[in-house]
Design a protein around this ligand. Structure first.
Ligand code: ZN
Length: 392
């Protein structure tokens, strides 16, 4: 961190931050600490948006944003940095413009890349604190391990449907706070692939990432200013349906492979493989996929084809495939596999093609040899073939 004795606030800045300055716990010293601090946010989505907005408003010195995605219509339900005018624009670019308007004092650094084992340490090295706004397990383990290796605080948050989690992982003392457990101490191994749906598959209450992200931003401010009791060694569990907030104690594991007494992970590993995303899988090839156009031609030619929709029942109320289809949600597929003819030619589809690829993988593993995936799912069909089908 920069030496705060070198920092002077201008009269304009004093006015801007006056509600912080009159808080005895923050005051001029605290505001200067914020100005001297740098925070890296991994992911500029549902969580990243409120985190970035509040930290920018608070007058953090430097904010880094990592995200390789572009703004999509479905983001607008919760990603409050963006609006209609930036659909299709890279998120970090749109975010920077909005944040710079909110507070031109803050230096915003953007990284329009996917965080990987190759670039994580280098990107994270320039920041005091790492805040997690991602939605997948490989990136989360990668972020945790890199934060531990660099000895930096890692503020964790996650959301799913109506529930969220927040914690602060500290593998080294920071700004007067004692160390605590890391993400791996809490979750030593990732869930089996396909068992935990992403928000794109399972849905998320739009306001939930706002709540969780705001809590993460508050924890970042507390760590920097050095006040209160951050969620070190505690996991906050949020249930917005019951509107229940609980915290449970979590302990550091002396045998943790990354932050334990004798760590075995001393450099970043292959996190996709660690999360089982490549294990035991039949490698996909190009002939697993049909494009909407190919499917259209095929359906016009003959009807000896089974269309299999693996989406959740609620999604069928949003959009339905305009040809006869069989419906088995992905979660029930193995249980109900006997309803399908192993020798039939099957084309699986879902909203895009995440779950259908998973379904094709499962079916091929149990002996279905003629399974294909509709590339881009029912949304691609709507886009390219039949605009009367709504996209979501
Ligand atoms: Zn650990």
């Amino acid at each position: 961190m920069i030496d705060i004795r070198q920092i002077r606030l201008t009269n304009e800045q004093i006015l801007r931050y006056s509600r912080h300055l009159i808080l005895p716990e923050v005051g001029m010293t605290g505001q200067k600490k914020l100005r001297a601090a740098s925070v890296l946010i991994i992911g500029a989505g549902g969580l990243g948006c409120p985190i970035a907005l509040y930290l920018t408003a608070a007058g953090i010195g430097k904010l880094g944003l990592v995200d390789f995605d572009v703004v999509d219509k479905t983001n607008l339900q919760r990603q409050v940095l963006y609006g209609e005018s930036v659909v299709g624009v890279p998120k970090v670019e749109a975010a920077k413009e909005r944040l710079q308007d909110l507070n031109p004092d803050v230096e915003i650094e953007t990284y329009p890349v996917r965080l990987t084992s190759e670039n994580a340490l280098q990107i994270m090295a320039d920041y005091d604190i790492i805040v997690d706004g991602t939605d997948n397990f490989p990136t989360r383990y990668l972020t945790n391990d890199a934060a531990v290796l660099l000895g930096k605080p890692y503020i964790y948050g996650s959301v799913f449907r109506f529930e969220g989690q927040v914690s602060v992982f500290l593998s080294k003392p920071f700004n007067g706070f004692e160390r605590g457990p890391c993400y791996r101490c809490l979750f030593p191994s990732p869930p089996p692939p396909g068992t935990v749906p992403t928000c794109a598959e399972g849905g998320v209450l739009g306001v939930l990432p706002g709540i969780v992200g705001a809590l993460q931003a508050a924890e970042a401010v507390k760590l920097i200013v050095g006040i209160g009791e951050p969620l070190i060694g505690r996991l906050m569990l949020i249930d917005t349906l019951r509107m229940d907030f609980r915290t449970v104690r979590i302990r550091r594991k002396p045998d943790c492979p990354v932050c334990g007494d004798n760590p075995t992970i001393r450099e970043l590993i292959d996190y996709e493989e660690f999360c089982g995303l490549r294990r035991g899988e039949i490698p996909e090839s190009a002939d697993w996929f049909v494009t909407p156009q190919e499917l259209k031609e095929r359906l016009e030619r003959d009807g000896n084809l089974v269309l299999l929709d693996v989406r959740e029942p609620e999604e069928l109320e949003i959009s339905e495939f305009p040809h006869p289809y069989k419906h088995i949600p992905l979660d029930d597929l193995l249980e109900r596999v006997n309803e399908l003819d192993q020798t039939a030619e099957i084309v699986v589809f879902c909203r895009d093609d995440q779950r259908s690829r998973h379904a094709a993988q499962l079916l091929r593993q149990v002996g279905f040899g003629r399974v294909k995936v509709l590339k881009g799912g029912i949304n691609a069909w709507a886009r390219e073939i039949d605009p009367s089908v709504p996209q979501y």
